[in-house]
Write a protein that binds this ligand. Sequence first.
Ligand code: AAL
Length: 426
Amino acid sequence: MMKKNYVIGVTMYFVLLLVSCGTAEKEKNNESAKAFPFMLPDEKPDRELSAAMERLYDDYAAPKPEENELFSQFKYTELKGFNYSDGDGTISRRDPSKIVFHNNKYYVWYTYRHTSTPPQGAKKSNDTIPSSDWDLAEIWYATSTDGFNWEEQGVAIKRPKKPIVGWRAVTTTDILEWKGKYYLYYQGFMEASGKRGDDCPVAVSYADSPDGPWTPYNKIVIPNGEEGEWDQYSIHDPYPLVYKGKIYLYYKSDTGVKPHWVRMQGLATADNPLGPFTKSPLNPVISSGHETSLFPFKQGIAALVYKDGNEHNTIQYAKDGVNFEIASITELMPYAAAPFVADAFTDTKDGRGITWGISHFINLGGRGKIHSKLVRFDCDLSQDIDDPEMKQHRVNHDTDVYYRQGLSMKQKARIAKENKELTKSK
Ligand code: AAL
């Protein structure tokens, strides 16, 4: 009797299970049979979805940009306090470092070129004539109490004597704070940029205070790759963060052939700021972008990836600091964005994100006056603010912005030829 009841019980249970599965499947099919709902569900609906809708719920922090913490627009403010010699091309400031807050002041370091002439190209360059906007440059710094009005303090890193790394130019620096000391990493040129390419390794100087004095290590700390490797010629835009108890230094390299350089970003880690640095076996870790811009976010690392590559104009995120996925797509991104990252060196397990920084505008002044200027950008890529103005879906450009992107003579000729052929063929 007992056994009979037990068999009936078990059979009933499985019949019910099948029915409920059937019902759930039926409901899902009914759900799928119905059109997608008018109001976009916050959570991924249990229905068959297209690849785009799967991606919307699987790849982004939220299905709507305005709720996506790693989506933002960018706003720009001209800086006060810098003299550019009336834009004649003899003074240029570019490639700023991350901002550091110390003694109630913000600090920024940058590439500073003050030459008798604007850049003249590699062929015409010599000991006083620069080949490029960053050739014959030094690293200078400025301070500010509000991030808008800046006071230039002067040189931080001078060009060392030949043949020490950086004798031709020291550029494109970034700051690390580690165990109470400060380190400035920078590109150390040993030939005029543009001879073969923009070739240089990375060097470093250290100090007990952001005001220096800075002691050059006078050795290469991030060497170029072996022959045939992706980073064999250039280690650019060194960008250190403290993550998982180590120094995570991201960098860019130019690969491929002119004029279609391929820019990608790599990672090198170390337990000591003076090295040795170990390059990630997975390099490159970001397939697009140009100058490096990254910050701790939640348990991972986020990256601003702008011009160059299929994934330009994206904000990316790697939970492990290595494997980056697209977190949002945006526009009018700051070039060479150097954010104020309050937790850049605290080895945080919960990165708070960023709201502002310094970037640059390049190729200003036109022919014979080429120079760059520093500019402030603001955004909302932070867990601690919620600024809906930064979460607008698009930037409304005036028509002249579009018309300035006009057709070239060659393009107009092609179109005229096509029209003529079309007319003939009718
Ligand atoms: C910048 C940076 C590096 C390059 C050059 C100056 O955009 O990537 O610094 O060397 O251009």
